[in-house]
Design a protein around this ligand. Structure first.
Ligand SMILES: [Zn+2]
Length: 422
């Protein structure tokens, strides 16, 4: 590292306490689906405090809704926003960068199962606990302060840098799509998802679906004349497990060849019934199924429909009362990128300068907002983020030193990719 880079990294280190404090303020906001306003407000205030001018990007706008990457959802998009800022270049000559992070979190589940309140951020032995601490409010804080450190150290940049904090990453990807639809993009796109300090090259596609079905309601004393809609879900779920097994048996793309069971079905919600002594007349289950890069989501949605149709055909009741399959939220396709793209190599060089070794590659079995940038943007997108445990689980936590490490690497990336302007 040269003299200016060393000064920049020292500046990041001096901002360490502020990075952790900002993370904690974000974690204290329970920003689950449709409740993101508190977290986005804190993000906007912080950006303004650091001297950035903030733009709010609505998810409900026509520009977002008409984008080919937009996923239909059954909930309201009204009054829900991303927060974006672009730091203008001080001179030309560098390459532009965009940092994307999501502020939405998944539900914490029963708080009784947590050791501490999921929305009271707590530091113990170098770990910060709380829902969203790792996934991915720490990353949002790190990327924000990496850009701030450039200004704080007294440097300019030779290319524009965008910071975008989005919502709906955990359900549809519509937040990132809304920003792209408004033209926010970068030649390098970095997302600090909590997969550790690795360079993500591949991610799977993910599709969400719902299967609704009807039974016939009766009192349990006439249970044999009723049809239990909840129990009619079971053979359909079993058939979808069969589809999952089939997909895992298909020849994988090279990146996934070494992984055991890369394709996963999750039945995440089951609903139905209203009384222990009433045979339930309606039931539904919601699922998530992944698929390999290179496969269109329409092909998987057809296979889900066909699987449900065939299973229903084997059941006397379901044959005449066919289940209804609907798709909402994620309809995300996967992608694979070479590890030696210029932005990835440069990021690896930054990691090596700071740690003395190369960053590992990461092959993801889930989806991230990278999809939007890969399929609809122009830049080279990857994830590089902090070390977290139990994301989407109980007692989620993120390693504090890894948050600072991400900020250091990102700051160095800005110096070498966008180039410093003194
Ligand atoms: Zn995430």
């Amino acid at each position: 590292m040269d003299r200016r880079e060393t000064k920049l990294i020292d500046t990041v280190d001096r901002l360490g306490d502020q990075i952790v404090d900002f993370t904690m303020r974000l974690v204290a906001e329970p920003s689950t689906l449709s409740s993101e306003a508190g977290a986005t407000a804190i993000m906007a205030v912080e950006l303004e405090r650091l001297g950035f001018s903030v733009v709010k990007i609505p998810l409900a706008g026509d520009t977002a809704r008409s984008h080919p990457g937009f996923a239909p959802v059954p909930w309201s998009l009204d009054d829900r926003f991303n927060v974006v800022t672009t730091r203008a270049a001080d001179r030309c000559g560098g390459r532009s960068a965009l940092f994307n992070g999501h502020l939405d979190v998944v539900h914490a589940g029963n708080p009784e199962r947590w050791t501490r309140d999921p929305y009271v951020p707590t530091i113990i032995d170098g770990w910060l606990y709380g829902r969203g601490a790792g996934d991915m409010k720490a990353g949002v804080a790190a990327m924000t302060y990496a850009v701030h450190a450039v200004d704080k150290a007294g440097f300019g940049l030779a290319a524009p840098v965008t910071i975008e904090a989005v919502i709906e990453e955990e359900c549809s990807g519509n937040g990132a799509v809304a920003c792209l639809a408004e033209g926010y993009d970068g030649e390098a796109v970095l997302i600090p998802e909590p997969f550790g300090p690795t360079i993500l090259t591949d991610q799977l596609g993910v599709l969400w679906f719902k299967v609704g079905l009807s039974g016939r309601s009766t009192h349990v004393l006439q249970a044999r004349s009723g049809v239990n809609a909840i129990e009619k879900c079971f053979p359909l779920i079993a058939a979808l497990r069969g589809l999952e097994a089939e997909l895992n048996e298909e020849a994988p793309p090279p990146a996934y060849a070494g992984l055991v069971h890369p394709i996963n079905l999750n039945v995440g919600i089951i609903e139905g019934g209203d009384w222990p002594s009433t045979v339930p007349a309606e039931a539904a289950f919601h699922g998530r199924l992944s698929f390999y890069p290179g496969v269109r989501y329409e092909r998987i949605s057809r296979r889900i429909e066909e699987t449900v149709r065939q299973a229903a055909a084997e059941d006397e009741w379901l044959r005449d009362n066919p289940p209804v399959v609907t798709f909402y939220g994620f309809r995300s396709e996967g992608h694979s990128l070479p590890r030696d793209l210029p932005a990835f190599s440069l990021l690896d060089g930054c990691h090596r300068s700071l740690t003395g070794r190369s960053a590992e590659s990461y092959i993801s079995t889930c989806t991230t907002d990278l999809r939007a940038f890969h399929h609809f943007g122009t830049g080279q997108p990857t994830c590089y983020g902090p070390v977290a445990e139990n994301i989407h689980g109980v007692d989620e936590r993120v390693a504090i030193d890894s948050i600072i490490q991400v900020a250091r690497t990102y700051a160095l990336f800005l110096a070498r990719w966008c180039l410093l302007a003194e």
